[in-house]
Ligand binder design. Structure first.
Ligand code: ATP
Ligand code: MG
Length: 151
């Protein structure tokens, strides 16, 4: 199933992330891909809010994995600067699969590491403030989540 949203500012992207965050459970894996500066980190900030996390979300570009405690905790990852997928494995990639919601920016760079069942989210810059955010699910689990997702 496919679902496409267009957002007109950062706040709308965060709101969409927040709406999705409210629908997620431990073990869910979100694979984010798309243009530089398109809003992947902003969207993840919204997800964190939806999970009930009040901490400030910062980009994991340099830290590779940031984790945030909550009833359903969040692991926020970024593959942008990796030279090899093994760097992500060594940072503890597989330790988060069961108990966390995992959000991975630049997931297309480490596709060989991803679990079979992920929700793909593609970000595109249309112009300075407009973005498209396209969700693609291949399983009934993520289809159900997408059916409930509305801005
Ligand atoms: N509709 C929009 N949605 C999200 N961000 C927007 C939007 N319009 C403008 N922006 C701006 O675009 C930037 C998005 O930055 P963000 O760090 O979230 O992108 P990113 O996809 O994580 O980038 P990177 O590829 O470097 O990780 C911010 O400066 C934000 O203010
Ligand atoms: Mg980012």
């Amino acid at each position: 199933m496919k679902k496409i949203f267009e957002t007109l500012n950062q706040n709308q992207t965060e709101k969409l992330g927040e709406a999705l965050g409210k629908l997620l459970k431990a073990g869910d894996f979100l694979a984010l891909a798309g243009d530089l500066g398109a809003g992947k980190t902003a969207f993840t900030r919204g997800i964190a809010r939806g999970l009930g996390i009040h901490e400030d979300i910062t980009s994991p570009t340099f830290t590779i994995i940031n984790q945030y405690e909550a009833p359903v905790p969040l692991a926020h990852m970024d593959a942008y600067r990796l030279k090899t997928p093994e760097e992500l494995e060594n940072a503890g990639f597989y330790d988060y699969m069961e108990d966390f919601v995992v959000v991975l920016e630049w997931a297309d760079r480490v596709e060989e590491l991803l679990p079979g069942d992920v929700l793909w989210i593609y970000f595109t810059v249309l112009d300075e403030n407009r973005r498209t955010i396209e969700f693609q699910s291949q399983t009934s689990h993520y289809d159900n989540i997408l059916q409930e997702l509305n801005l």
